[in-house]
Write a protein that binds this ligand. Structure first.
Ligand SMILES: Nc1nc2c(ncn2[C@@H]2O[C@H](COP(=O)(O)OP(=O)(O)OP(=O)(O)O)[C@@H](O)[C@H]2O)c(=O)[nH]1
Ligand SMILES: [Mg+2]
Length: 197
């Protein structure tokens, strides 16, 4: 016998909606989408930063997260050896603060911890080579753990927020265009909001 709406609602609160969202989330086949939706259902905001190449998207995110403006070596490493003016971020990325003193980079190809900045830069250089050679086509965000020493100690995190760094839409490197287009088509419809920089 079908349950009456008011009975279900009165006894179950909004649990039915949460169950529906869980089932929907579990049904998503693409793991990177599933992860973003589960963050949303946990109340975590997911914001994507989208815009042209070399306009300061990565810099904006680092500053929003509270990375110190004078952490120049980190910024250089994140460019993966790319000269100023050339497109730098080659795939979607998420940055997090961690308590240790070293860097960690997690990609679908491996989880690299205890990194110094020179090694981090080399991993990113290799990743770019793989994207350009079309031997890397994974769309999950790569994840950076950044040590607390590069953060301004006065910045307070008020609410969980995941900021997704995307490569520039008009990258200067034609060999990465197809990968970038796939990333944008994949992520822009699924996030809570988009910052256009
Ligand atoms: N003066 C100044 N320079 C900035 C600012 N924001 C970024 N830059 C510089 O502009 C360059 C590009 O910044 P990124 O943050 O790498 O730009 P992006 O949009 O992430 O570039 P892609 O990853 O290639 O798409 C870097 O050399 C930054 O140091 C800013 O507000 N002021
Ligand atoms: Mg960038």
């Amino acid at each position: 016998m079908p349950a009456r709406w008011d009975e279900t609602f009165a006894s179950d609160g909004l649990a039915w909606a949460e169950r529906g969202l869980r089932d929907f989330t579990a049904s998503l086949r693409r793991p990177e989408f599933r992860d973003l939706y589960s963050k949303r259902s946990e109340g975590e905001l997911v914001i994507a930063v989208f815009g042209k190449s070399q306009v300061g998207k990565t810099e904006l995110i680092l500053r929003l997260l509270g990375v110190r403006p004078d952490a120049e070596d980190l910024r250089l490493a994140l460019r993966g050896g790319r000269a100023k003016g050339l497109s730098a971020s080659v795939t979607a990325a998420i940055y997090r603060r961690c308590e240790g003193e070293s860097y960690r980079l997690k990609t679908p190809q491996g989880d690299h911890s205890n990194l110094d900045l020179a090694t981090l830069r080399e991993h990113l250089r290799q990743l770019r080579n793989d994207v350009e050679a079309q031997t890397y086509a994974r769309l999950e965000p790569i994840e950076f753990d950044l040590p607390s020493t590069v953060f301004d100690p006065h910045v307070v995190r008020v609410r969980p927020v995941t900021i997704l760094d995307l490569p520039g839409v008009d990258s200067s490197e034609p060999r990465e265009h197809a990968h970038v287009q796939r990333l944008l088509r994949r992520y822009l419809p699924g996030v809570t909001g988009t910052l256009i920089s």
